[in-house]
Design a protein around this ligand. Structure first.
Ligand code: 4NP
Length: 152
């Protein structure tokens, strides 16, 4: 099972999702993250994201931002998007129905009131926004793992 996490810049939300998911995953899973824009390509995650993850024992410091590639739609089984804008961008880049079926909104796997909501962009916020985003992503990762276990 190969999982791709997607946000806008690949320096805040999706690196956290990659790191958190990796910390929970059985070994036969593969997880990576990308952005829909290439503005931060090659950069490490935002230092506030690195610090927030480190506060929870998760190391995301070695990740590097990259934009989504056409090949990702073939390589990955599941593509999780952090917000609606990202979701729509990713859907517009998909080439056929099989690829479209792989794409969902990250929090849609949750069963409670988080369903259909977005992981807000913390880039213009403060450390409390990053902590809030960490908690949301942690819940989303648990929900995705439960769903994948149920379906396998
Ligand atoms: P991310 O956050 O999509 O969670 O990585 C952002 C990072 C950079 C920008 C916007 C959002 N930016 O506009 O540069």
């Amino acid at each position: 099972m190969k999982i791709l996490m997607v946000c806008l810049g690949n320096i805040c939300r999706s690196p956290l999702a990659e790191g958190i998911m990796k910390s929970k995953l059985p070994e036969n899973f593969f997880v990576d993250s990308v952005g829909t824009i290439s503005m931060h390509e090659g950069e490490h995650p935002d230092k506030r994201a690195i610090e927030t993850a480190a506060n929870h024992g998760v190391d995301i410091s070695k990740q590097r931002s990259r934009p989504i590639a056409n090949s990702d739609f073939e390589t990955f089984d599941k593509i999780y998007c952090m917000d609606t804008r990202v979701y729509e961008d990713v859907v517009s880049k998909s080439k056929n129905e099989e690829q479209r079926q792989k794409i969902s909104l990250f929090l849609d796997s949750t069963e409670n009131n988080l369903k259909n909501s977005e992981v807000p962009d913390p880039y213009w916020g403060g450390m409390n926004d990053f902590e809030h985003v960490f908690q949301l992503i942690d819940k989303g990762c648990d929900a995705i793992l439960n769903q994948l276990k149920t379906n396998n």
